[in-house]
Design a binder for this molecule. Structure first.
Ligand code: HH2
Length: 267
């Protein structure tokens, strides 16, 4: 899953793709580099961010979704039903909600009605407060329980359980140690019976461990994403698709040679 942020303030690429034409060109490039999905977002969720109106978010994302819809499966990174609806109308097939249906009561019925895929992510609190001394009894067990409850909420609203993906939300209300433990024990999320989405791309725990600035965290992104893949993650959300695709092709050939051969034959 390649990231296209149509925002002025995303933590690693804010302002680069605010213009729709540039965002579409970037999405096309990510697909050419090997992305199977493009994730289009119009609101930053970086720590401390304040949020934008639905009108603004919709105006940013709709033309980009429209421009990429024929190129690859498109997901829309939003918590707002109005934005998701416009994106689904424009050709998106996946809704990626970092609040796991806690922001907008209209989002679950919309996803149920449209039969789209729905990614549910864990976040502690909201982006303004999530990094203020986050605490868990057991970070994996607590987040598994949260995701299990959010799956139930989605299913109760009519969402097909078979279309739900789960995401532990690396960096969303977690210390460096929480993030490392989540990656180390990611396989435990397989108990939920749903595909695991994982996003560590360029995140601050890599900077804290290595001292690398945000534009220079590909090595840490690859290490954490390959380990997540080895531990069962199926959808890997990254900004830097080309080096990640190469790393995953090699990881897959080592860990899952039959699947790698089948994919190789298809290409
Ligand atoms: N991370 C970000 C945004 N959306 N969605 C899922 N499912 N999982 C993630 O880990 C995730 C996400 C943050 O990254 P980015 O989009 O680059 O930054 P920003 O929120 O500042 O736009």
């Amino acid at each position: 899953m390649g990231v296209v942020n149509v925002t002025p303030d995303s933590f690693s690429d804010g302002g680069e793709f605010l213009d729709a034409e540039r965002a579409i060109a970037h999405g096309r490039l990510l697909v050419a580099e090997g992305a199977d999905i493009v994730d289009v977002g119009g609101e930053s969720t970086r720590p401390g961010s304040a949020g934008v109106s639905a009108e603004e978010e919709l105006a940013r994302t709709r033309p980009v979704v429209q421009g990429l819809a024929g190129v690859a499966p498109v997901s829309v990174d939003t918590s707002k039903a109005a934005v998701a609806e416009a994106a689904l109308d424009a050709g998106a097939t996946i809704v990626n909600d970092v609040t796991a249906l806690r922001s907008d009561p209209e989002l679950a019925p919309l996803c149920a009605d449209r039969g789209c895929e729905l990614a549910l992510m864990h976040m502690l609190g909201d982006p303004r407060t999530m990094q203020d001394d986050p605490r868990y009894d057991d970070v994996v067990d607590d987040i598994k329980a949260f995701l299990s409850e959010r799956i139930e909420v989605a299913v109760a609203a009519g969402v097909d359980e078979g279309r739900i993906w789960v995401d532990p939300g690396i960096g969303f209300g977690k210390t460096v140690d929480h993030n490392l433990e989540l990656i180390r024990r990611l396989g435990e999320f397989r108990d939920l019976g749903r595909p695991i989405l994982f996003g560590s791309s360029r995140k601050s725990f890599i900077g804290k461990l290595t001292g690398a600035e945000v534009g220079d965290r590909i090595g840490g992104t690859i290490a954490s994403t390959v380990i997540a893949y080895a531990n069962g993650a199926e959808v890997l959300r990254v900004h830097d698709v080309a080096p990640m695709r190469q790393a995953l092709t090699v990881a897959e050939a080592i860990l899952d040679p039959e699947r790698a051969a089948a994919i190789h034959d298809r290409r």
